[in-house]
Ligand binder design. Structure first.
Ligand code: SAM
Length: 346
């Protein structure tokens, strides 16, 4: 790929666009415009948001430039602003397709990414020095779950982007032969619910830390699938619910190698012969030249957890070293953040 000077300038200033989106979203700009049946003038928006009038108009003009808002100017030169259909769909909190929880996470992620150079120097996760963290950054009161509201923010963000991938990854393989499935680290159930709906003759257990399972109930569709249940526990320490298939979605890439091996061994030991593990992660090209979103995720995993992204060969080796065989890999281009890997216990 031949870069131009313009491309480089866009990267230099790329953070500004993220920050504008973050500020507009966290100040409630999109909700304020959504709540009005007519386009709003700057003064009306600034009054609603309790913000500075001149600065608010400048923020809205930038949002027009970025395509988030539309602007009309009357004969007297007064500007009024409204949402584009895309902004209505993806950035208003009440929309079923809302990406707002992900946008809200930009704040924390931006702090962590500022430590990238330090992470490259020492190869260490920077979550602890940025947000405060213990050995397990999913513990209550630490890391991503430092407060109840931070926990909810994290889980909502995960839910948003896991729900987008769930339909395509859950059908990447025909799983109907597995009558019991357990989604380890299943969070809010975006994947587990989709598995339960896709395979109505199977029973799906969502397993996650107790304090996450407590919250997961609030994310269940109504009615909740009948063939689903919840178990709270620690997958590094507690017995895993007996199952023909264990699913680990965006779990292996969170942890350092030693922890990944520990978890894979525990899954292997819990399975009966013929049982399987299903891994959902986005796979890096063998030459590690792409895909670009996965390369960016890989650096994110370095500094925000202690994990990494892997190539198909690396996942195969990892699974085989922990006893699994018949490793099958399906690339899932429809899913932005996940491909699928199925491996069996002989
Ligand atoms: C990155 S999220 C992935 C969520 C979900 N699998 C998905 O794809 O949307 C990792 C999940 O692992 C859970 N987790 C972390 N440590 C755990 C542990 N020791 N035992 C059980 N679950 C754990 C977290 O609470 C979180 O829900």
């Amino acid at each position: 790929m031949a870069l131009t000077g313009k491309d480089i300038m866009e990267m230099v200033n790329g953070f500004q666009k993220s920050q504008i989106l973050y500020s507009a979203s966290s100040l409630g700009l999109f909700e304020a415009l959504h709540a009005s049946s007519v386009p709003l003038e700057g003064v009306a928006v600034a009054n609603k948001l309790h913000t500075n009038l001149d600065a608010t108009e400048r923020l809205m003009n930038a949002c027009v430039g970025l395509g988030f808002l539309e602007k009309e100017v009357d004969n007297a030169g007064t500007a009024s602003y409204s949402l584009t259909p895309t902004t209505e769909k993806y950035l208003v909190g009440s929309s079923p397709m809302s990406l707002r929880p992900l946008v809200t996470k930009i704040g924390d992620m931006y702090c962590i990414w500022q430590k990238l150079s330090d992470g490259i120097k020492d190869g260490q996760c920077k979550l602890g020095t940025t947000l405060g963290v213990s050995e397990n950054y999913f513990d209550t009161g630490s890391g991503y779950f430092s407060t109840k509201s931070k926990q909810l923010e994290f889980l909502q963000a995960m839910h948003t982007f896991s729900s987008m991938d769930a339909p395509s990854v859950c059908t990447a393989f025909d799983l109907s032969a597995f009558k019991t499935m357990c989604d380890l680290g299943g969070a809010t159930g975006a994947i587990a619910v989709r598995l339960a709906k896709t395979y109505p003759d199977s029973h799906v257990t969502l397993f996650d830390l107790g304090h996450v399972v407590d919250v997961a109930h609030h994310f269940m569709p109504k009615p909740k699938p009948q063939n689903m249940s919840f178990v709270g526990g620690d997958f590094f320490a507690d017995d895993l619910p007996p199952s023909d298939l264990y699913v680990v979605s965006h779990v292996l890439h969170d942890w350092r190698e030693e922890r990944v091996n520990q978890l894979l061994r525990r899954i292997y030991n819990a399975l009966r012969p013929g049982g399987a593990i299903l891994v959902f992660e986005k796979i890096l090209n063998e030459d590690k030249n792409g895909p670009l979103p996965t390369l960016l995720f890989d650096l994110g995993m370095l500094i925000a957890c202690e994990g990494r992204e892997r190539s198909a060969h690396e996942y195969t080796t990892l699974l085989e070293e922990n006893g699994f065989c018949d490793v099958a890999i399906k690339m899932v281009p429809q899913a932005s953040f996940r491909d699928a890997i199925l491996a069996r216990k002989f």
